[in-house]
Write a protein that binds this ligand. Sequence first.
Ligand code: C5P
Length: 238
Amino acid sequence: MSSEIGKIWCIVPAAGIGLRFGENRPKQYLPFRSSTIIDTTIKTLLLCTSLEKVIVCLHPDDEHAQQSDFIKHPRVHVVIGGNQRSDSVLNGLQSIQTDTAKQDWVLVHDAARPCVRLADINKLISEAQTHQQGSILAVPIHDTIKEVDNELAVRTLDRTKLWRALTPQLFKLSDIQGALLSAKKQSRVVTDEASAIEQLGLPVRIVEGHADNIKITVPADLQLANMYMDQQEEQSCA
Ligand code: C5P
């Protein structure tokens, strides 16, 4: 990777407890393929040679990381996450403060997205580097989207302008740190890094990714993710 983009640090928020999934352990530690969701995710991230280190943000009461493969990897570093996803990312940023330089970038990827493709990660990095802009993977929305209030559709959004935001999301370190701190100071809830960047009026470039890069949220997602991984493996053998 050229030096003009600086080093790229990877942060994996994994401190959620997966309430919506309703299992006896956080969803990222559920079995997936031959390992777990989180190990599958981090294995792909580690294949990306542009990433300096992978910082994994864990819940303070995490009981599963020690049995995971990622914990033994020399490019992985673990930190304690926070109450919100954005607090977890801020803790990750804080932990690398002394190792980073002004021109460095940060790539954030959800632990719960194990189907991410190395090719999409590399495409995102290449686009951000070419345009020198914060960039996110996203997919266009083909369904008609309704705004609903009290079980009534109140508005239909213009779907030609709608994209589903995925991760990874890649930003200049100073931008993402400033944006997340500003959102926190003003008690603004951000569900992804890009929304914090948008709130500061900074550009967020949309890079089309694959729709199979789903976030595992409910049990049905796990079956779907398994099927997507089968398809990816078939395609790579073809
Ligand atoms: O809850 P949701 O599925 O949107 O979480 C997305 C990612 O953020 C997950 O990988 C989850 O573990 C992580 N997270 C976190 N710290 C929190 C809440 C969620 O790192 N406090």
